[in-house]
Design a protein around this ligand. Sequence first.
Ligand code: ZN
Length: 148
Amino acid sequence: MIILTVPHPILRAVCHPVAEFGHTLQALTDKMLATMYAAPGRGLAAPQVGVARRIFVMDATWKDGDPSPMVFINPVLVQSSATVETGEEGCLSIPDTACDVTRPTEITLRWQALDGTTQEGAFDGFAARCIQHERDHLDGILCTDYSA
Ligand code: ZN
């Protein structure tokens, strides 16, 4: 898949919830993961590949040699820590740009898996930052917005 870059208008879209779970969705997220690994990146949201749906994929650990592909459908941030941290973020849709973004260090996320079941998990460290970055994409928010 081709990764779209700014100022493509779909990167500013508020994405629609996923209502249908099945082979088509699985095929899409398989392709998204392959595109993310090839980029190479650790997170990729559906609008970045031209699909305005509430989906992102992440593998926070593969660059350290231990793959852990994850697919998040209709993610909702249910809790975030009062503790925040400023860190540098890159985005596959904004080449050669680093943004400093201040975000909660720990979050609880609820989402649906590929089979439609509801999942919930707590994340910290890089995964927490990556999830918040990717979830922002689903509302048309880019990391560069925080430094404006
Ligand atoms: Zn991004």
